[in-house]
Design a protein around this ligand. Structure first.
Ligand code: PLP
Length: 389
């Protein structure tokens, strides 16, 4: 008999992927220009020119045997040093190359971290709305995902958080800037969260999943978790900051300040080994060494965000202004995200039902799209709004 759970996961795509595939089919049927695809968080801006130049220079001018060969399992030492140096310079993060592990993007960072930490039955707390794959990653590592609601501004509900923690809690995942709400947690929120976590008798790890770290509007600063809590682990990816989601590169950074850092890092290396990652792509590691401190040009996202908030607000849709990432989480006019997403489809607008994110009254709109498509979609949004009157 096959592994039933894996067969199920392979047969039923995530809501995001399902809609993304539907969009491809629909575009082939009625023409790309007639579908308003807000389904997936695929950056619409290219990687910075310097990244493309660095890639080409690496391919043309490096020793090809070394460049395309295996690296150390945890990543090339000089790459890990450059990642640690960059984070220490920007955030005073106290990191060290010996506790950095290069991965194939944030998904790998999360699966590796969860597999390193969890024993069967351990609980992992997340705040809703949350990235739906957390449930898959956590359960596959033997854990149980415990969902704590956020408040009406999508900030953690600290009272409910306090009561959700118990002797089985092994980790808490935070994601700021948040997919799908765009919420950003300020310093006071992080301080309050870690004060509550630190009251537990057993070690509880704070996993900060931060692929949108650099994508913040209004100049808000993202508190770097290693500065606030010893048992913290950062899961990062260059998918969004450098527009490289198809290339698969990121890292896990274990805070060296925790007493058991050696053991946790060994668990990370062991999980990476057991999951068969071998090493992160060597070419991309070398790229990170050269470009870790850069970002794509985010100005399109800023424009899209402003235009969407203005127009959707005008049409009567409700949402909390996002402070980061590139998503708008919109309340369904009839209180049901699934029916809202279905009705939007009849106007050729693709929005993801919020149920998978733990908020069934909402839909997610990814505005990492071209300005031109966004402008073209506005009459359809207006008609969608009017269909509710
Ligand atoms: N975590 C969050 C919150 C995300 O939004 C995503 C991707 O959209 C990931 C993790 C996975 O990122 P990656 O593509 O680097 O695996």
């Amino acid at each position: 008999m096959l592994n039933k759970e894996n067969v199920r996961l392979g047969q039923v795509r995530s809501g995001i992927r399902e809609l993304f595939e539907y969009g491809k089919k629909r575009k082939a049927e009625i023409g790309e220009e007639n579908v308003f695809d807000f389904s997936i968080g695929n950056p619409s801006v290219p990687p910075p020119e310097s990244v493309r130049e660095a890639l080409s220079d690496l391919v043309k001018n490096s020793d090809p045997v070394a460049l395309h060969g295996y690296t150390s399992a945890q990543g090339d030492l000089s790459v890990r040093e450059s990642v640690a140096d960059d984070l220490n310079r920007r955030f005073g993060a106290g990191l060290n190359a010996d506790f950095i592990y290069m991965t194939c993007g944030a998904s790998a960072s999360l699966t590796i971290t969860l597999n390193a930490l969890l024993n069967v039955g351990d609980e992992v707390i997340v705040f809703s709305p949350f990235f739906p794959e957390y449930k898959v990653f956590c359960e596959h590592a033997g854990g149980k995902l415990v969902v704590v609601p956020s408040d009406k501004n999508f900030q953690p509900d600290l009272k409910k958080f306090s009561s959700a923690l118990n002797a089985r809690t092994k980790a808490v995942i935070i994601n700021s800037p948040n997919n799908p709400s765009g919420a950003v947690y300020g310093e006071q929120t992080i301080k309050s969260l870690v004060d509550i976590i630190a009251r537990q008798k057993q070690p509880v790890y704070l996993i900060s999943d931060e692929p949108y770290r650099e994508l913040v509007y209004n100049g808000q600063k993202i508190p770097f978790v290693t500065n606030y809590y010893k048992r913290s682990i950062v899961c990062y990816s260059y998918s969004k900051s450098l527009s490289l989601p198809g290339e698969r590169i990121g890292y896990v950074a274990v805070n060296p300040a925790m007493e058991e850092a050696d053991e946790v890092y060994a668990g990370v290396c062991g999980a990476g080994r057991a999951l068969g990652f071998v090493c992160a792509p060597s070419l991309l590691q070398q790229l990170v060494k050269r470009c870790a401190n850069q970002t794509s040009d985010f100005s399109v996202y800023v424009k899209n965000r402003d235009l969407l908030m203005r127009k959707l607000g005008e049409y009567g849709f409700e949402f909390v202004p996002p402070d980061g990432a590139f998503y708008l989480f919109v309340k369904s006019p009839d209180g049901c995200g699934a029916s809202f997403a279905e009705r939007a489809k009849s106007f050729e607008i693709l929005l993801v039902d919020g149920a998978g994110f733990g908020c069934k009254e909402y839909v997610r709109l990814s505005y990492c799209v071209s300005e031109e498509m966004l402008e073209r979609s506005l009459p359809a949004f207006k008609a969608l709004a009017e269909s509710y009157v």
